[in-house]
Design a protein around this ligand. Structure first.
Ligand SMILES: C[S@@+](CC[C@H](N)C(=O)[O-])C[C@H]1O[C@@H](n2cnc3c(N)ncnc32)[C@H](O)[C@@H]1O
Length: 265
């Protein structure tokens, strides 16, 4: 046990981990040899992966600004990932200083790194919880301290749902979270797909990782937005969601859908 009575965190560095593979692909330093090998294998079979992860981050950043411009002052970001500058709370709080951000991830390494970053005003927090148990997310006391579920919330599920297997009922998970949010809340979601290229080799690399890769077609990704109205331009590949400059060459091959929806009354 540690000093605070919790179990010491066991980190399995023998298997590649989604957060660390992603960190490696983004040029980060918080990864191990197994993660770098998996990232290189991915890039060998799906070379656009380098621009894909950056395009996903670009989508995330534009979506943060969009929800803040729309008046939302609370963000629940599930599947936070290792800190990557600029982080969600930095973008949001630069736009409006009073934005509150609750980060959630099931990876203790992500929590440890995020803890080190958080502001002292206590308006941003990171919680260790698992999306597969969505009630444990919305009922977590620290999430409840940051987020007032009577006021509109922007729920971010960016590049996470493809780590949830069909048998774990991702639609049910999203519906449980949706039902905890008041009308006028936002859902910001991106999801990997093989609609634009055959991706079985890339998918297979995750067979040896701590989470599987579950690519889904457009119609399945759209279903996550049940109860939400999509804002323009709807569900598109992430570089084409309200781009602020010309999307990079190769964007048409990027296997990430992204969209933003507003919860209906
Ligand atoms: C690819 S990263 C995405 C990071 C960030 N959302 C972004 O798009 O830049 C996916 C994150 O989801 C987390 N994750 C995967 N499965 C999860 C689960 N069942 N519950 C909570 N977090 C999970 C991983 O630990 C990782 O940090």
């Amino acid at each position: 046990m540690t000093q605070d009575g919790t179990r010491p965190v066991e980190i399995d560095t023998s298997k590649p981990h989604p957060a660390r593979i992603y960190d490696y692909l983004l040029g980060g330093k918080d990864n191990y040899e197994v993660d770098r090998q998996a990232g290189d294998q991915l890039a060998a079979v799906a070379p656009e992966v380098w621009i894909s992860v950056r395009a996903n981050r670009g989508f995330l950043q534009r979506a943060v600004r969009h929800v803040i411009d729309s008046g939302v002052r609370q963000i629940l970001d599930v599947g936070t990932g290792l800190p990557t500058s600029p982080n969600v709370h930095e973008i949001a709080q630069e736009a409006e200083a009073d934005v509150r951000v609750a980060y959630v991830d099931n990876d203790p390494i992500v929590k440890a790194h995020a803890d080190a970053l958080l502001n002292r005003a206590g308006t941003t927090s990171i919680v260790l919880a698992d999306l597969r148990d969505p009630k444990s997310v919305v009922e977590h006391p620290e999430v409840r301290r940051i987020i007032d579920f009577d006021q509109p919330v922007a729920l971010f599920l960016v590049a996470i749902l493809h780590f949830i297997r069909d048998a774990e009922e991702p639609e049910r998970i999203v519906a449980t979270l949706r039902d905890a949010l008041p009308a006028g809340s936002f859902l910001v979601l991106s999801h990997a797909t093989d609609d634009f290229a055959e991706r079985s080799a890339a998918q297979a690399i995750y067979n040896n990782a701590t989470a599987s890769m579950n690519l889904r077609p457009r119609a399945r990704v759209e279903r996550f937005f049940e109860g939400f109205e999509l804002v323009e331009p709807g569900l598109v590949q992430v570089p084409f969601w309200r781009p602020e400059s010309t999307p990079p060459e190769g964007s048409a091959q990027i296997g990430f859908y992204g969209a933003v929806g507003v919860k209906k009354a």
